[in-house]
Design a protein around this ligand. Sequence first.
Ligand code: ADP
Ligand code: MG
Length: 616
Amino acid sequence: MGEMIKLLPDSIANQIAAGEVIQRPASVVKELMENAIDAEASEIKIIVKNAGKTLIQVIDNGKGMSEIDARMSFERHATSKIRSAQDLFTIRTMGFRGEALASVAAIAQVEMKTCEKDAELGTRLVINGSVVKKQEVCQSLQGTQLTVKNLFYNVPARRKFLKSDPVEMKHLLDEFQHIAIAHANVALSLYHNENEIYHLPASNLRQRILGIFGKRYNEHLVPIEEDASYVKIEGFIGKPKLGKKTRGDQFLFVNQRYIKSPYLNHAIKSAYEDILSPELHAFYVVFLQIDPAKIDVNVHPTKEQIKFEDERLIYNYVRVAVRHALGKYSIVPTMDFNQLSALEGKRQQSSEMQKDSFGSLGKYEDGSVYSSQATSKIERDNLKNWEKVFENLDGFSIDQENVGGESPNAVLHSQVEAEMDDEHSSIRYKAPVQVHDSYLIAQIKSGIMVIDQQAAHERILFEKYLESVREQKSMTQKTLFPSTLKLSPADAEITRNVLPFVNQMGFEVEDFGQETIIIHGVPAHMKHDEDPVSIFQEILERYKKEIPQEGQIEEKVAKSMAVSTAQKRGKRMEAHEMELLIDALFACENPYKSPAGRNCFITIELSELVKRLTTG
Ligand code: ADP
Ligand code: MG
């Protein structure tokens, strides 16, 4: 038989790797703009044709590259931004993997002109499909100019997957916006098919937002600003007027990097709970500055997801900051005690991190929200509450002048002391408890709530899986070793139909032909100890039970996957796991039913309890 295993030629390996970083024209624009920012450009011009499919040109006035660096920059894993793994913990630049240029050059026709400051001549490089066609000296202004033509010209399969021009342009504009918002101090312009789409002079964040979304936003922006030692939060949030039916203009940045975080989005949403109806999405541009050692940006190829060392703490900070900003601008009359009691819990129950999982949903947990005609007593309470909230958060130092806006320090202090032992103002936060390792019981304002942990988890995963298809972004964790599964011919046929969906939902399964599949990765939500093969088989079995009609495949796959990968009844949960689960459940579009139709939770009214306990 002889040997079967062959190393892939470099050119093909490059194309495969490129697919992770470069999915579409928008990815090229993102990577090239980020490089220009990293090169400290103060002005970047972007020219695209056919939504970037035929031409993307990014011209910057940054520091440029020497001849050797210019050549090196196209090598895979060539970067000037980190030197060792340790540097990953102190990253301040947008790029660091040294993959973008190599990837772009593998799947397009690329020309680079670059010139360092004070250099007489620059370098011109032409690379087609990873092959250097030309390298010469040239006349050039300081900075770098990259021209990327005919994306995926040599990978027809990928080119076919590109969507229509309007769709690709939408993606491209999204990426452009993220970078434009994150770098208001850089002048940016964007041209599409000879039309100027954006012309944004260097300015401040407010002006940049108006430049992108229109001047009418001006009166609806509320500044947000909290400076804690652990995290610094700033930006603008929209008054309720800017709320929209469709999710969209919500921008969260961590150390200037745009990220997606349903969890922190929930923190912001919950801060709006009583002033924005739940089907509307608030406008926000929120920046978090945090020590890079406390986050991990290296968890996803596009770096759009990051891991926080302590996500829960960040959640609290963000929610409090938004609440505070809304309060300062009298949008929310005053703070309510729900937040306070939750944050206080941190001190009272030091062993567990606390959060107002229920308070954050508006209708639970006891507490009072004051009317806008706040009396001075209420104002004082409010100030005191803020003071306490901040005191009780680890390392949260707050400039007292900022507490409550206009109020002078002295007044604040005497009030805080005077009311320090005002007992009735603090309502104890009650953590949920687990019974029979299967159900969570939580106190709500009107009585108690019983949550079926498995049904809830299925619902959460179901929506996550569907979302990754909708957003075309899946979170995969690579398995250490690929596992091979030999299928029956019938199963192989079904697998071929569902594979694209399964893969969009986080699996990385390869059809190896001859009824064999290879599993290279599993959804990131899946627990580590699970065997990929048996999970995949379980999914297939569930899916086979009710094979759907055309058009419903996606939902059925998501359902089978959710049920197969969810945590089962009988699993003991830690306090923080329970809270995360409850939060995630109520962040769902439909928290009521599991995909299989079970109730995720029921509530029992106090009056019902009382009735049953008193009769008979
Ligand atoms: P990364 O940004 O992760 O380092 P890239 O492949 O995007 O990797 O870029 C490789 C290297 O090329 C960068 O580290 C940087 O030194 C250099 N480079 C890329 N683009 C530019 C640019 N516009 N101006 C100056 N240097 C650049
Ligand atoms: Mg880069």
